[in-house]
Design a binder for this molecule. Structure first.
Ligand SMILES: Cc1ncc(COP(=O)(O)O)c(C=O)c1O
Length: 464
């Protein structure tokens, strides 16, 4: 063993040993996952302090690094991949998608240009076809693989902004935004907070946004829709409200907006996947008439994180808005970098390809149906126990009140602290509630039964 810190031969030698160890500890982690508490213990979180030290002067062996990461890091994780995690629509990761991600990491590819990664660029095109097919979107829809729905929103909205302004005689690429005509932006009052962030990023301030009132399901009340006119207009709709799982009336709103040439964008972070199911597709009726859609693989399709997908029909509007050129680049008109915000990026389509292929078209819709069935089961158990359900259950979201605001908050805290499962709280139209998002492929009725036992026990204790 040399005593150099940067030693190429040593780094080569470490490779196999460290990958074997990682394989082994990953398997142990996944094996224990369904049996562990979702919440890490206080002690395990405290132990993370052991990570806090100055960057060592000298090199550390790769296996020692993975041992440290596993010993300290693995117990300190909040198990968002657990079948009993019901917060924030996180999903889990299907086995094939985890393994595909590992392999793609070993490949170390960036699908910036076709030249840089023939395999990943090919898979991106294949996944585009599969996703457009399974979501039943227009065949000329382009997919762009980004980090998450927020980024997908930003990308689509940049194209939307430039397109509606150009139609109005203002070329943003040439002139920028200062002095540009005002854009009307219409959203529902229950718009997801990340959509407002995306709008701010593209230069639309909160005061510029027209918020339309919503109904009990949190979706746009179509009787309150403002009149459309010939001004440059962007409409942002929602497929799957994060609290209720409700869907805007795409058919009605898009027809109205399109008559005046507005660009309609849909945030379908998780709800867009309902379109893969013959039982829930009706909720998305008319969604195909939109101009762009944003969704995630890492929510309801159960891929690892960092798997956002921007879908849009007007590829030219997107390309013109984000174009780049450099003499050192070997560019092809079909290069993915022409339609993504990032130039260098992970080979995200690989895990999407694996997840889709591992379930097949039928399996994806069965997984979605299963989440919705379990959500209904959860709802029925909570109702049977006498608790109030605050929303009509459309897909995979339930909100439950345990009584007064104070009691509901106490119950949420007690359930979170117990650690068996994890749910978030929310305030729904003035009432405190616990949110339940069912999106993990591995969840079963047995998990829900165990949680119901806990809820009933805590309810008794809190009452007492
Ligand atoms: C409806 C909706 N839109 C957008 C987002 C943001 O997604 P991401 O975290 O992938 O950016 C979320 C989730 O947080 C969501 O539920």
């Amino acid at each position: 063993m040399s005593n150099k810190n940067f030693d190429i031969n040593n780094l080569w030698r470490e490779k196999e040993e460290v990958l074997d160890l990682t394989h082994q500890v990953s398997k142990e982690f996944l094996r224990a996952l369904p049996h562990r508490n979702v919440l890490p213990s206080k002690e395990d979180v405290l132990n993370l302090e052991q990570f806090v030290y100055k960057l060592p002067e000298n090199a550390t062996n790769a296996t020692a690094i993975i041992k440290e990461l596993n010993t300290l890091g693995s117990p300190g994780t909040m198990l968002t991949a657990s079948p009993r995690y019901f917060g924030f629509v996180n999903g889990g990761a299907l086995p094939a998608s985890i393994a595909a991600m590992w392999l793609a990491t070993v490949w170390d590819q960036s699908p910036t240009m076709k030249l840089m990664s023939p395999t990943v660029c090919k898979l991106e095109k294949v996944v585009e076809e599969w996703i457009v097919d399974i979501l039943n979107l227009p065949s000329d829809t382009t997919c762009s693989y980004v980090t998450g729905t927020t980024t997908a929103d930003i990308l689509c909205l940049v194209g939307a902004r430039n397109y509606v302004l150009k139609k109005y005689g203002w070329d943003v690429v040439k002139k920028g935004l200062i002095g540009a005509p005002k854009i009307r932006v219409i959203v529902g009052e229950e718009v997801h907070t990340t959509m407002l962030r995306a709008l701010r990023v593209i230069g639309i301030g909160n005061e510029q946004i027209e918020k339309v009132s919503v109904n009990k399901a949190g979706v746009i009340d179509i009787t309150a829709l403002p009149r459309f006119n010939d001004e440059p207009t962007i409409v942002c709709l929602n497929a799957g409200n994060t609290d209720t799982g409700g869907f805007d009336d795409f058919n009605y709103i898009i027809d109205k907006a399109k008559k005046y040439g507005a660009w309609v964008h849909v945030d379908g972070a998780f709800g867009l996947w309902a379109r893969t199911s013959q039982h829930y597709r009706y909720l998305t009726k008319g969604i195909e008439k939109a101009d762009s859609w944003a969704t995630d693989g890492h929510k309801w399709l159960n891929t690892p994180y960092d798997s956002g997908i921007a879908l849009f029909r007007n590829e030219r509007a997107i390309q013109e808005s984000i174009q780049l050129k450099a003499n050192y680049l070997i560019q092809d008109s079909e290069d993915p970098m022409n339609t993504t915000l990032e130039t260098s990026r992970r080979a995200r389509a690989v895990e999407l390809w694996a997840a889709l292929k591992s379930l097949g078209k039928r399996g994806v819709s069965e997984m979605i149906d299963n989440s919705c069935r379990l959500t209904k089961y959860f709802e029925s158990q909570l109702k049977a126990a006498g608790f109030e359900i605050l929303n009509e259950v459309f897909i995979n979201q339930v909100m439950v009140s345990f009584g007064s605001s104070k009691k509901t908050k106490l119950m949420i805290k007690a359930i979170q602290d117990d650690g068996l499962a994890w749910f978030s709280g929310t305030n729904w139209q003035g009432k405190e509630a616990m949110r339940i998002s069912v999106s993990n492929w591995a969840t079963t009725t047995t998990d829900i039964d165990r949680i119901m036992e806990l809820i009933l026990k805590l309810n008794k204790e809190i009452k007492a």
